[in-house]
Write a protein that binds this ligand. Structure first.
Ligand code: HEC
Length: 460
């Protein structure tokens, strides 16, 4: 019946810790306010160190209970706990010193500073446990972070080779990298959120506090997948909504793996996965993908203007000024609408005009985008006769012309393009035979005949 008392007390730890901090800080301030020879504050200082010590005992006990009941590992808490008790001892020792003498004990300021440092450090270790070790570092400017030696390599996530991806071990080389990038920060032996460790297959099979998270062959019954597709606002949605979300293609790969059996023996090629799902993971550049040039940030007004015109527009990443613009909700976009994009010409690196009403005329306008790197013209009436114009785009790397009527001659004009790396041309008159033409870029025409998946209606 009263089993709940201890865990409940444990949960008060985050509140209780502030008591010793406040009380001891007050005592330490009085030590520093005391003029030489004056014992004016001595009585209050004694009281502060005594009460601070007692409060520190309570917060240490509650902390220990929280550790016992909330699934923290010893590795994570050990130093916080040791320094917590050291703070307790130091407070009582200073109290004792102040108590036994009628004037200020020797080097009392120095000793009080030591207590202050101890308390601060303990608090900091505690903060690291709740907020993560990068909590304070994260907000520093990048230069300062690297100066402090905190330049951590972000998890790269999944990268697939263009040749031989079929042979990859589905779990080890596909699923685990996806998990490492999206889940590992909270589900590892040191940080066992939901009592779930996702750093190895064995641990994944063990499941979390609610038991197994994988039902072989049934993705919907597997929390590993089903939690990812819950609405973002659902409190069970994974990863928590304020964190990085896996790409929908990554989620599809997890689903296909579970449906295939969810084991460590299958190969990526065993699942009938559509190329469109794999495509985002091919060819991730070592060097920055977008031009290494700095451009001014587009003003908030221009962004708002674009969105109100019907474009989807966002920064390519938080700390860059490059823009991604798509007409996914602006399918009426016509050649004449081009002028709407003029204000952001320099920042535009990723433009998706798929499914719009554009004609070959647009290619003249496209040449005025100096930094364009990715261009999508899928499902449009572009014929290819003017594709040559794209040769003036010195940063263009990926061109998508899926489901257009463009023929081999059209793309031939792009051979020896200065930067073009890849052309995606599924469902075009370009035939397999032409794959053998050696272009300066990689031509992807999707000669993989794959059965239709329910996801076929999703536009990637
Ligand atoms: C920012 C931290 C965080 C990240 C990142 C995160 N999770 Fe979680 N996860 C939690 C927390 C907290 C819980 C426990 C609360 C709950 O059950 O919702 C949890 C619980 C779970 C559970 C339920 C475990 C059980 O048995 O109760 C599953 C399954 C899960 N997460 C899967 C994932 C997957 C898969 C990813 C990556 C795609 C992920 N999580 C990323 C914080 C995170």
């Amino acid at each position: 019946m009263i089993d709940f008392i201890l865990p409940l007390f444990g949960r008060f730890h985050p509140i209780l810790v502030h008591l010793p901090i406040g009380i001891l800080a007050f005592g330490i301030i009085l030590v520093f306010l005391s003029k030489k020879g004056s014992t004016q504050y001595l009585e209050s200082i004694r009281l502060a160190f005594l009460l601070g010590g007692v409060a520190a005992v309570f917060s240490s006990i509650s902390g220990f209970l929280q550790y016992q009941n909330e699934g923290f590992s010893w590795d994570t808490v050990q130093f916080h706990l040791i320094f917590g008790w050291a703070t307790v001892l130091a407070s009582f020792w200073l109290y004792y010193e102040a108590k036994k003498s009628t004037s200020f004990p020797e080097k009392f300021k120095l000793k009080s500073s030591g207590l202050f440092a101890l308390m601060l450090f303990t608090g900091h270790l505690g903060g690291n446990i709740t907020h993560g070790e990068e909590y304070l570092i994260e907000v520093l400017p990048p230069e300062l972070q690297s100066l402090l030696g905190f330049e951590k390599e972000p998890e790269k996530g999944l990268v697939l080779p263009e040749q031989g991806w079929e042979q990859l071990a589905y779990y080890d080389q596909v699923i685990q990298p996806i998990i490492n990038q999206n889940c590992k920060s909270c589900h590892n032996p040191k940080n066992l959120k939901g009592e779930l460790d996702l750093t190895s297959y064995e641990a994944l099979i063990k499941g979390g506090e609610d038991g197994s998270i994988l039902t072989s062959g049934n993705a919907d019954q597997s929390a590993l997948y089903s939690r990812l597709i819950l609405p973002k606002d659902d409190e069970d949605h994974m990863p928590p909504k304020e964190k990085r979300q896996p790409e929908k293609e990554a989620i599809e790969l997890i689903k296909a793996w579970v449906e295939l059996g969810g084991n460590t023996s299958s190969k990526l090629g065993d699942a009938n996965i559509k190329m469109e799902i794999l495509e985002p993971f091919f060819h991730r550049m070592e060097k920055p993908f977008y031009p290494e040039i700095s451009v001014e940030k587009v003003s908030d007004e221009s962004m708002a203007q674009l969105k109100s015109e019907g474009f989807f527009a966002e920064l390519t990443s938080e700390n860059s000024n490059w823009l991604t613009v798509s007409c996914i909700n602006f399918q009426d976009f016509k050649d004449q609408n081009w002028t709407l994009l003029n204000p952001i010409k320099n920042q535009l690196v990723y433009l998706d005009l798929s499914g719009t009403q554009i004609t070959d005329q647009i290619l003249d306008s496209l040449q005025t985008l100096p930094n364009l790197t990715v261009l999508k013209l899928n499902r449009t009436a572009i014929s290819g006769s003017k594709l040559e114009g794209l040769n003036s785009l010195k940063h263009l790397k990926h061109l998508y012309i899926n489901k257009t009527q463009i023929e081999t001659d059209g793309i031939k004009s792009l051979d020896n393009h200065p930067s073009l790396e890849k052309v995606f041309a599924y469902d075009t008159p370009i035939s397999e035979a032409e794959m053998k033409e050696n272009f300066s870029f990689y031509l992807e025409i999707g000669n993989y005949k794959l059965p239709a998946l329910p996801t076929d209606t999703i536009e990637y």
